[in-house]
Design a protein around this ligand. Structure first.
Ligand code: NAD
Length: 701
């Protein structure tokens, strides 16, 4: 093997063993494709060989395409050439799937004449997550071996199927620990029989009448505007309706549609972004994350309980501190109930529930936190309470313990400064429900040490989160931007919209819920209390909408009381417009002497997304977010922003910053509202004709 020939082959008696050896995961870069073709030529050329086995070196069979080739001009031979070469060989070729066979990797295996998998191997076609579909015959061959239903499910979900299941649905022919030896025997047996299955020659699979219409309706409901699952469906449909060669043409056509789409660019940006946010420029290269073997959580409320579950899920013993035994029992009871509900759904065994609960230790004595490696405080959002706790932690906790707060709004520097070790203090802002939401917004204070930052980032990874590092400001990155567009959504109510119209625009855009349904879910009383506290100091120059306050005063606190901006009938989570809220909105416009106007969906969408762009730019120019991609990933993982749009900053680049800025300026002139004051960074980029992405790469260089 040479660097340019990452495929080697060697005869074992009468069978050629072809090994893909392209660390780390045997991705299908050009050299691999060339190597596969050369290996089949070698098989054909040697008359002493009766067949071949194809396997992967290391832990993967072939993990898929080489992502570093994305966005570059394609180079021949393409993957289809390699797959056809295998399939058309005059001797049988058997895949020995020793590890993951994903995307192009599974397509290579499907070009082989039989497949033997290691019991721990997994197969799948995850292209849908990048806005694509399997483009080397996967959509035509998979339904021919697995049946349409299973193939469609694999293609539109992109899920990894473990070997035993893959065997049950017909994707692999056998499962064996010694898969390479079994594959050799299989190759010999096929050669001896003189005939072997060629998937391309198998008959079209069939489906019951109406199958694709029903599947399409289901996909559209779930995909929230994402195109690639529909492209996958169309391709699989072609496997049913068209002869193989025509099906392949159709697959290619659909693949190109995906590849050239904005959605695919957005998803690929999100894919790389998820990895990029873990890299923190400017830290001491010698700094290392601290070892964390034990943790403590203070407060067993909504957030504390969820955070404690994250630690238990990661196998880390966690001490939970509450004020009273009663609050402790209640909090831990909720954790247990959550686990039991998961078990009822079959996603945990009762034994696992007990294992996880055994990792919890409850206490009401702060001295029990003396030896833990990390503490995360999740008590009421009140500065005095937090300061009191951090003073006590400073006295109790061992040297080197990371002291984290889950505050969503308070100044971490103030909290850090009550301790004698502000360098150990950091914000670790989890999102609700903490055991479900993927985002962890780590907030560095002025004094936070580099190794504390790395510990928090590493902790996020161990807990299965996507961690983004941000700086201190009101609301940090996520909620600061959220606050801007939620506020404007309420202004739009007064000016002429209804909650259901705005929410529909937002969900049509691909968000999981609109601003008003989201407020109902979070509980309207939380914001109400904060706004009442701010009342005395609120500037009269800032436009203030009273609708949300009045909804609360009607006794409508959101989902938990069966209604807020919307009704939630019989405990359902589906928002239904409420006539009293409509009347309230209309009367508030009237009370303020506002003549209600019609807003088109486009106007609403532009207003909300432009505010995200503008505030995102402000967050960047202030250095609160390090890079545009940090804002994008915060929104995708913390707020369900559609990954296929790449995140708010990526989308702004795609829409065009000049266009956004022109609208922002017009709004600022019209309203004079501080939210519309154009961000200096945005003005600078438009003046220079640059995108956020270009600005970011220039700074990284
Ligand atoms: P919560 O009211 O549900 O829980 C707070 C818990 O802290 C209560 O059980 C209370 O008994 C306990 N507590 C109070 N003082 C204590 C003390 N001195 N020692 C031990 N326990 C004490 O509140 P929550 O919604 O879980 O919020 C907790 C923190 O998380 C707040 O800082 C909040 O801003 C932040 N946060 C909340 C959300 C959210 O959506 N709820 C999201 C992100 C962050």
């Amino acid at each position: 093997m040479t660097a340019d020939n990452p495929v080697r082959w060697e005869a074992d008696g009468d069978v050629l063993v072809i090994t893909i050896d392209n660390p780390p995961v045997n991705a299908l870069r050009l050299g691999v494709r060339v190597g596969i073709i050369a290996a089949i030529d070698a098989l054909e050329a040697d008359s002493s060989l009766v067949g071949a086995v194809m396997t992967g070196e290391g832990r993967a069979f072939i993990a898929g395409a080489d992502i570093t080739e994305f966005g570059k001009p394609p180079q021949d031979p393409n993957l289809n050439d390699a797959v056809y070469k295998i399939e058309g060989a005059s001797k049988p070729v058997v895949a020995a799937i020793n590890g993951v066979a994903l995307g192009g990797g599974l397509e290579v295996a499907l070009g082989c004449h039989a497949r033997v998998a290691h019991p721990k191997a997994r197969v799948g076609v995850p292209e849908v997550h990048l806005g694509l579909l399997p483009g080397a015959g996967g959509t035509q061959r998979l339904p021919r071996v697995a049946g349409v239903e299973a193939a469609l499910d694999m293609t539109i979900t992109g899920k990894h199927v473990p070997a035993p299941k893959a065997h049950a649905i017909g994707v692999v022919d056998a499962v064996a620990d010694d898969c390479v030896d079994v594959a050799k025997d299989k190759a010999r047996a096929l050669a001896a029989a003189g005939t072997w299955p060629v998937i391309a020659q198998m008959p079209n699979p069939s489906v019951p009448e109406g199958f694709f219409d029903a599947a399409r309706a289901q996909i559209e409901k779930k995909a929230r505007g994402q195109m690639s699952p529909i492209l996958c469906l169309e391709a699989v449909k072609a496997a049913v309706e068209l002869p193989f060669a025509e099906g392949m043409d159709r697959e290619r056509e659909l693949f190109v549609q995906g590849l050239t789409s904005d959605q695919s660019r957005g998803l690929i940006h999100a894919f790389f972004g998820e990895r990029e946010v873990s890299k923190i420029p400017g830290l001491d290269p010698e700094a290392k994350p601290r070892e964390v073997k034990t943790a403590a959580i203070i407060g067993a409320g909504t957030m504390g309980g969820g955070i404690a579950m994250c630690f238990a899920n990661a196998g880390i013993p966690v001490t939970v501190l509450e004020q009273t035994q009663e609050a402790l029992d209640k909090g831990l009871g909720v954790c247990r109930k959550n686990y039991e509900n998961t078990a009822k759904k079959g996603r945990l065994t009762m034994e696992q529930v007990e294992e996880r609960m055994a990792l919890f230790t409850g206490t009401t004595d702060i001295n029990d936190l003396a030896d833990v490696d990390i503490v995360i405080e999740a008590v009421f959002e009140n500065m005095d309470v937090k300061k009191d706790i951090f003073t006590k932690l400073d006295a109790v906790c061992k040297e080197g313990c990371v002291l984290a707060t889950n505050t969503s709004t308070l100044d971490i520097n103030q909290i850090a400064n009550v301790t004698k070790r502000p360098q150990e203090v950091i914000g670790m802002h989890f999102f609700s429900p903490a055991n479900v939401m993927r985002l962890l917004e780590n907030v560095r204070g002025d004094a936070t040490a580099d190794d504390v930052i790395l510990t928090a980032m590493n902790m996020g990874k161990r807990l299965g989160k996507v961690s983004v590092l941000v700086g201190v400001c009101d609301g940090f990155v996520g909620n600061r931007i959220l606050h801007e567009y939620i506020r404007w959504a309420s202004i739009l109510l007064e000016d002429g919209c209804l909650p259901e119209q705005i929410d529909k625009v937002w969900t049509d855009f691909g968000m999981p819920m609109g601003p008003f349904a989201m407020s109902d879910l979070a509980g309207l009383d939380v914001g109400y209390r904060i706004r009442k506290e701010q009342e005395a100091t609120r500037s009269s120059n800032v436009r203030y909408v009273h609708i949300a306050d009045k909804v609360v005063e009607m006794g409508r606190l959101g989902q938990k009381t069966g209604g807020g901006f919307f009704d939630y009938i019989d405990g359902s989570r589906v928002p239904v417009p409420n006539a009293e809220v409509t009347a309230l909105v209309l009367s508030e416009s009237e009370r303020k002497g506002i003549e209600r106007q019609e807003f088109s969906d486009e106007e609403i969408l532009n207003a909300l997304t432009d505010l995200m762009t503008n505030e995102g730019a402000k967050v960047l120019e202030e250095g609160i977010a390090m890079r545009p991609v940090d804002v994008d990933i915060t929104y995708i993982f913390g707020y369900g922003y559609p990954a296929y749009r790449g995140g708010p900053m990526h989308r702004a680049d795609a829409v065009g910053l000049a266009e956004c800025l022109a609208r922002i300026k017009a709004r600022y002139e019209e309203t004079g509202d501080h939210s519309w004051k154009p961000a200096a960074l945005l003005e600078q980029l438009v003046a220079e004709g640059k995108t956020f992405a270009e600005w970011s790469s220039a700074r990284a260089a």
